[in-house]
Design a protein around this ligand. Structure first.
Ligand SMILES: Cc1ncc(COP(=O)(O)O)c(C=O)c1O
Length: 570
């Protein structure tokens, strides 16, 4: 071959590699969700650009251009509600205020209950407090003796009711009392737990961790170790704990370079998985079936009424089947993160519920009967932490409190009770029960033309708002005033325990509808016909730009618009 020919071959080879790499890059771009949530780097960059500004008293009640009459209705309702909070949650609020500066978590959550533009003003007037004295049945009781229906679900831990977990903890503690807090060696109850977890998951090995976050970390670490590949694929909007690699966007100060965030339920993602050779694992949080590609809905991001949710079991099952097929074909580890949904949807978790088997499955929250836990179950070939043929090349994982005897004791109680006919009956017709309850509440809300609806994945619910509004986040304060306790993310996530009877639920419906009715009568859902979610976003963008450029606000100069009110119709 002549030199010219060699140069041609070399040139063509380089060109082929460049084209191939460009093609892969293009495919990756097409598999990213168009929202900011789908672009981790850009969302972090954007978050640093957003300046602080807030609505002063004059604009707080009419930032949507409401007429004077609506503004004054809102103002007096706000004052009335604030007075009720001061009187009803007095002790609870006082202790919360005392400790607010000293507990970082409390400081953060109280600040991010509503959009930041409204936050300081709301905080000055409403403090329901974050302390609770006791739980009983479906209710929680605060320091002032107020009993509220619990819709927080204890971050998802509370699947079977608080009394159930109290018993698991008490009986479990009795079982292991003789051993006390000894770590390193196992209490014999652990043998039962391992057997049961293997049987429930249908997988070969089990490892215990202290939190769901750690179980996910270990699953991904093992997938990288055994595949020898670099990338973790996670899905847009999904929460998988707070470890850096699974949280590449806002919230994590450093970039996650080995994570690809792709669109869920999209063929472009399947193309990427089929073509690339550097993907170690695909991490799925099946909770996303309720709102694929959208982040966990929190009221602090409830700037308009764009929040939507809809669960389609058949479609999501099909998606998981497609993922399963490609992962098997490409030897990619398929990880189901069942920390939230495990044991809530079905006894066998999401694997049973959607009819798809994973290579690695994480559990957490509820599985230790109310004590802190993370569990990883997996196929043997993915779980091994060493190689016979290369003894120094290990995959390290430890944790002082892993397999703590008291945690193992409470887990033993949980897993044993799971087999009782009483709990087996709880899973029967579960979806029909919760779908019918959601439909019942929606029918009531619709009949009264209230601007609020719910969507659900079994007993996990989210609230959405059909018509555009700047004030949807106010609903959380009305719900509490009507005796419904939510977690700090507000109406974004309602979690019911499965022991809610029809009578309990009917009571929740009455309170929910009454709260929404008051909110409507008080004018918060007033809206001019021209108000749209797009218009709200445009207005917010303009506000941010003005704040960023230190230009005076144009909000108080906004002309009043005519009243074609949603609120006035109530
Ligand atoms: C799906 C999922 N994975 C992981 C985690 C993290 O679990 P933990 O808070 O126990 O670390 C959570 C917590 O909410 C979760 O919902």
């Amino acid at each position: 071959m002549s030199n010219i020919q060699i140069l041609w071959v070399l040139g063509l080879s380089v060109a082929a590699i460049v084209v191939w790499r460009l093609e892969l890059r293009l495919e990756l771009s097409l598999a990213k969700h168009r929202s900011l949530t789908g672009h981790a780097r850009m969302s972090r960059w954007f978050s640093r650009l957003v300046p602080f500004y807030e609505y002063g008293e004059s604009e707080f009640f009419r930032v949507d251009g409401a007429p004077v009459e609506v503004e004054s209705r809102r103002r007096s309702a706000f004052e009335r509600l604030a007075a009720l909070y001061t009187q009803r949650f007095h002790k609870t609020a006082r202790l919360t205020q005392e400790l607010q500066g000293d507990i970082s978590d409390l400081q953060f959550t109280s600040r991010y209950r509503v959009p930041f533009q409204f936050s300081a003003y709301v905080r000055r007037h409403f403090n329901a407090g974050s302390f609770v004295e006791s739980t009983s049945g479906r209710t929680v009781t605060d320091l002032d003796g107020n009993r509220l229906y619990d819709l927080s679900g204890s971050y998802g831990v509370n699947v079977f009711g608080y009394d159930f977990y109290k018993q698991c903890i008490e009986r479990g503690s009795e079982r292991v009392r003789g051993l006390g807090p000894l770590l390193g060696a196992y209490h014999p109850v652990t043998a039962y737990n391992v057997r049961r977890l293997r049987e429930i998951s249908g997988l070969d090995e089990v490892s215990f961790h202290m939190s769901g976050t750690e179980a996910v970390m270990q699953a991904v670490r093992l997938a990288r170790y055994h595949s020898g590949r670099r990338y973790l694929v996670r899905f847009c909007g999904a929460y998988n704990g707070w470890w850096g690699d699974v949280q590449p966007g806002v919230g994590n100060p450093t970039p996650a370079r080995d994570t690809l965030t792709l669109k869920e339920m999209d063929s472009a993602t399947l193309r990427v998985l089929r073509r690339r050779r550097d993907i170690a694992c695909v991490l799925v949080n099946p909770l996303q079936a309720l709102h694929p590609n959208a982040a966990a809905p929190s009221d602090s991001t409830l700037l308009d009424s764009a929040r939507r949710a809809h669960f389609d079991r058949a479609a999501y099952s099909h998606w998981l089947q497609q993922l399963r097929a490609i992962c098997s074909e490409r030897n990619i580890a398929l990880i189901f993160d069942e920390v939230f949904v495990g044991f809530r949807l079905a006894r066998g978790g999401a694997q049973e519920y959607f009819g798809v088997r994973a290579d690695l499955v994480t559990y957490g929250k509820t599985v230790a009967g109310g004590l802190p836990i993370g569990v990883l179950c997996g196929r043997r070939q993915w779980m091994r932490r060493f190689r016979e043929e290369r003894p120094v090349d290990v995959c390290f994982a430890r944790g002082t409190f892993n397999s703590h005897p008291y945690v193992m004791g409470a887990m033993h109680e949980f897993l044993q009770r799971l087999e009782s006919s009483e709990l087996q009956a709880v899973y029967r017709d579960l979806d029909q029960t919760w779908d019918a309850r959601a439909a019942m509440l929606n029918a009531r809300l619709e009949a009264e033309a209230l601007n609020v609806r719910v969507a659900n994945l079994s007993s996990i619910w989210t609230v959405w708002y059909p018509k555009p509004s700047r004030y949807n986040w106010m609903l959380q304060y009305y719900l509490r005033a009507h005796g419904l306790a939510l977690s700090w993310v507000g109406t974004g996530r309602l979690i019911f325990s499965l022991d809610y009877s029809d009578a309990d639920f009917a009571e929740v419906v009455e309170r929910f509808v009454a709260a929404a009715r008051s909110m409507q009568q008080d004018g918060w859902w007033w809206a001019d016909a021209s108000l749209s979610n797009k218009a709200i976003k445009r207005q917010l963008l303009s506000e941010m730009l003005r704040a960023r450029l230190h230009l005076p606000s144009d909000r108080s100069a906004r002309p009043e618009v005519g009243a074609t009110a949603i609120g006035n119709k109530a």
